[in-house]
Design a protein around this ligand. Structure first.
Ligand SMILES: Nc1ncnc2c1ncn2[C@@H]1O[C@H](COP(=O)(O)OP(=O)(O)OP(=O)(O)O)[C@@H](O)[C@H]1O
Ligand SMILES: [Mg+2]
Length: 379
């Protein structure tokens, strides 16, 4: 049969879309599996722990908190890519520990796996400092109580670059990271192109400052005379929020408190401050601490936004600070490479549920219902 001329264009189109017929793949030998060089393993692991400058600041500040510091000062240059310097007045580091300080899996906070169940310190893996030495140049200056002088030593790839040098030092520890991601071209480029990390660092320090009110915090850009975060030790949480976030935020906050119903087996306590209907902001501020750990919970944040959206007449976003205390054995801190999330296990009788075990969802529902009732009654 002859094909009519007007059918040709259709045929041409079909030819273009035709799925190519693959010739059978040539059967290859399986690729050989080999053991990665330790330096490669370490650098890959370091890239996960220290994802960007703000993750390094978080690790350093948490180390300072673990060292019982009363004052923590942060200086940042070029969004943290050139320099991050964290100085504290904590207990310092022993001279004899300096050689292994930046090796992977060296820590003063954990000995057995079981210790992890009741861990109170922010750190436990012995990985943060090591990671920094694989992706940056680290210098530590430290002095312990009763010493006449301190020591300074630099590290690369987990190792000391030289013997610790005696030096003048003030109480505590100063850790400096220079040239972060100097050996990770892609990461450095992405960070240089993206908005600089300094606002994220200021935000992080602000969060720490309103929770740890027995510690004074400061954060400034290198060379700047003024600090962008400056908090003093206080006994009032509201004063801390006022000094960090400003009078306009603090005056529109309501206190919230919640605990489980059964005081004899009390496992859950939550205190916080949440904004009232006069508070106006385009973006939500959600500061959540669980057992003094700064964590994130996207589900809770979204739920709170919904609670507020239904209650507030205008599309204003809330300010929420919440500190929740649970028994240590109910919180698993070892679920995220940057310790940004924790897993919670709780018996749900506290939430009037019928099943045997609840996880984060149970707590979430409880927190949201607390917030909902305060928002509804408080306005
Ligand atoms: N600012 C500091 N003051 C006193 N000791 C410190 C300080 N920073 C680090 N250290 C000591 O160095 C050790 C190693 O710190 P690093 O942050 O690498 O590990 P970690 O805190 O034990 O665990 P993680 O990797 O989870 O943070 C700590 O256990 C602590 O003993
Ligand atoms: Mg640490």
């Amino acid at each position: 049969m002859e094909i009519e001329s007007n059918e040709y264009p259709v045929l041409v189109e079909m030819e273009e879309e035709e799925i190519p017929v693959h010739t059978p793949a040539v059967v290859k030998e399986p690729p050989k599996i080999h053991r990665l060089d330790e330096s490669v393993v370490n650098r890959i692991a370091a890239g996960e722990v220290i994802q960007r400058p703000v993750s390094a600041v978080k690790e350093l500040v948490e180390n300072s908190l673990d060292a019982c510091s009363a004052s923590i000062n942060v200086v940042v240059k070029d969004g943290g890519l050139k320099l991050i310097q964290v100085s504290d007045d904590g207990h310092g580091i022993r001279y004899e520990d300096l050689p292994i300080l930046c090796e992977r899996h060296t820590t003063s906070k954990l000995s057995t796996f079981e210790d992890l169940q009741g861990i109170k310190s922010m750190g436990f893996r012995g990985e943060a400092l090591a990671s920094m030495t694989y992706v940056g140049h680290v210098t530590v200056t430290t002095i312990t109580k009763g010493q006449l002088h301190g020591y300074r030593v630099s590290y690369r790839d987990g190792m000391m670059e030289h013997e610790p040098k005696p030096c003048a030092a003030v109480k505590g520890t100063q850790i400096m990271i220079e040239n972060l991601f100097y050996n990770m071209t892609a990461r450095r480029k992405t960070l240089q192109n993206s908005a600089d990390d300094y606002p994220k660092i200021v935000d992080l320090l602000s969060r720490f400052a309103i929770h740890h009110i027995n510690v004074s915090f400061s954060c400034r850009k290198h060379g700047a005379a003024r600090s962008d975060v400056h908090s003093v030790v206080t006994s009032s949480r509201l004063d801390a929020i006022r000094s960090v976030y400003g009078v306009s935020v603090a005056r529109d906050l309501m206190k919230i408190e919640a605990s489980d119903n059964d005081p004899s087996s009390s496992v859950f306590e939550m205190t916080g401050f949440i904004s009232n209907s006069n508070y106006v902001s385009k973006k939500i501020t959600m500061v959540l601490f669980i057992n003094d750990r700064l964590v994130e919970c996207g589900a809770l944040k979204r739920a709170i936004e919904i609670v507020y959206a239904a209650t507030l007449p205008k599309a204003s976003k809330p300010f929420v600070y919440m500190s929740t205390v649970l028994p240590l054995e109910h919180v698993d801190a070892n679920v995220h490479p940057t310790k940004r999330e924790v897993q919670i296990f709780l018996a749900v009788k506290y939430y009037n549920c019928s099943c045997l075990l609840a996880n984060d969802i149970g707590l979430l529902i409880h927190l949201i219902s607390c917030i909902t009732s305060v928002v509804k009654c408080g306005f």
